[in-house]
Write a protein that binds this ligand. Structure first.
Ligand SMILES: [Zn+2]
Length: 132
């Protein structure tokens, strides 16, 4: 099994509804996003998937988030159950990236998306068998 990880970042504001603390007020982060792919087979170049290809796919997603107030974007602006936490951001990026990666002609899949909202705090989303 091979694993590759690509990292990028974007800047965006958010505030957390129902949060009992300063995070309830609007503030910004430089979010770090790590995407990890896994697969068992390399292509004829010896690559699981070209880093550049992965970066381009992530770039498209991150561009929609960059310099935005996340609370104003779908799917974070409806209800309140989708507060733009690091957890929900990780899932959002995962679910947008997954079909793009699965469309490529290779054997890898998205294993994990990790979102860092500060240098010492991150949340990840991954699919485990028998769960969402
Ligand atoms: Zn925050």
């Amino acid at each position: 099994m091979y694993e590759l990880t690509v990292r990028t970042s974007f800047a965006a504001a958010h505030y957390l509804k129902d949060h009992d603390g300063p995070c309830a007020r609007m503030h910004g982060h430089t979010w770090q996003v790590e995407v990890t792919l896994k697969g068992g087979k390399l292509d004829h170049r010896g690559m699981l998937l070209d880093f550049q290809k992965v970066k381009n796919l992530i770039k498209t997603i991150v561009e929609d988030l960059d310099h935005q107030c996340l609370n104003e974007l779908e799917p974070f602006n409806s209800g309140g159950e989708k507060s733009p936490t690091a957890e929900n951001l990780a899932r959002y990026i995962y679910e947008r990236l997954e079909p793009e990666i699965n469309n490529q002609e290779h054997s890898s899949h998205v294993a994990l998306v990790r979102v860092w909202e500060s240098p010492d705090a991150s949340a990840s989303f991954m699919r485990l068998e028998g769960t969402v």
